[in-house]
Design a protein around this ligand. Structure first.
Ligand code: URA
Length: 294
């Protein structure tokens, strides 16, 4: 799709900063080679809860960027229901006492975690990066192929867009002050094979690590990106469209929700909505900063 002059003018009026490309970007190819027979996502799954029952969790979501399952996919990329059965084997328990761990203990616990089947397919865990006292925390969904290879969150094309979004509000993932350098983490610390949807039990096993990261960082605002991050953090089945535009709270920390950068790569017109969400988060951060200074 090419943008008309009128559409460009509308985007400019809506305050989309110039460093966000306004051209439609090529559709992101699923990270594991998907068979050419792959069908497009059916328009039926928006707002499915993260902890949805088995059958519902195999339904694809037009607002999700994740890979819809197909019958001819390799076992590791099979529909969620099959992956769920394969993961039924007993596993070593997750380490106890996560809620009181310090950074080194938490990092070690994540690195050695075998509490769900993703430990078998991962190259490495993706703990998170950034300032440990950051005023902003970005919460994504799960590592993809590139993140699994590099051990760092948001390093693929979606991550590059995230960096531009952060720069638009004067934030960075590079080394800087706690005011400008964010902390970035995912709900899942291991890559779901073939970019499939996270399973409810994977989210349940991994979530305490994220909650401890949030408690240790104590950011002034959290930006939750993408359906799985948003729904698992807020414990809701509501779609992002219903949740954005207001301030939520988790562990006493304000949470602003928005669409995932990978979704934006496919739907660049919605950058206008995400820009609104970033501005809301910046307002919340400014208010929290003013409150802590007085
Ligand atoms: N998408 C996410 O949600 N997190 C990553 O780290 C990469 C892609």
């Amino acid at each position: 799709m090419r943008w008309s002059e009128r559409q460009r003018a509308m985007l400019r009026e809506m305050g989309i900063p110039p460093f966000w490309p306004v051209e439609a970007e090529p559709v992101e190819v699923p990270q594991a080679a998907a068979p050419s027979s792959m069908s497009p996502a059916a328009d039926v799954g928006a707002g499915q809860p993260v902890a949805a029952p088995l059958a519902a969790s195999t339904v694809s979501d037009p607002v999700s960027h994740r890979t819809p399952p197909t019958r001819s996919m390799p076992v590791a990329a099979q529909p969620v229901a099959v992956a769920e059965l394969l993961d039924a084997a007993p596993r070593p328990a997750r380490p106890s006492g996560i809620e009181s761990m310090d950074w080194p203990a938490l990092r070690a616990a994540v690195a050695g975690c075998q509490a769900c089947g993703l430990c078998e397919s991962r190259t490495q865990t993706v703990f998170g990066v950034g300032h440990i006292e950051a005023e902003w925390m970005i919460v994504g969904e799960a590592p993809g192929e590139e993140e699994d290879r590099q051990g760092s969150p948001f390093v693929g094309r979606a991550g590059q867009l995230l960096d531009r979004m952060l720069a638009a509000i004067d934030l960075t993932r590079s080394e800087d002050s706690a005011t400008r350098q964010v902390f970035i983490a995912n709900v899942l610390k291991c890559r779901p094979p073939a970019n499939r949807n996270p399973l409810p039990q994977e989210v349940a096993q991994c979530e305490p690590y994220l909650l401890r990261q949030m408690a240790l960082v104590r950011p002034k605002v959290i930006l939750a990106m993408g359906r799985f991050a948003v729904q698992s953090l807020l414990k809701t089945s509501d779609a992002i469209g219903r949740l954005r535009g207001r301030v939520h709270e988790v562990q006493g920390i304000p949470v602003v929700v928005t669409y995932h950068p990978a979704y934006l790569l496919r739907n660049p017109a919605d950058k206008a909505l995400v820009w609104e969400d970033l501005c809301l988060a910046r307002e919340v951060w400014r208010e929290a900063k003013a409150g802590s200074a007085s």
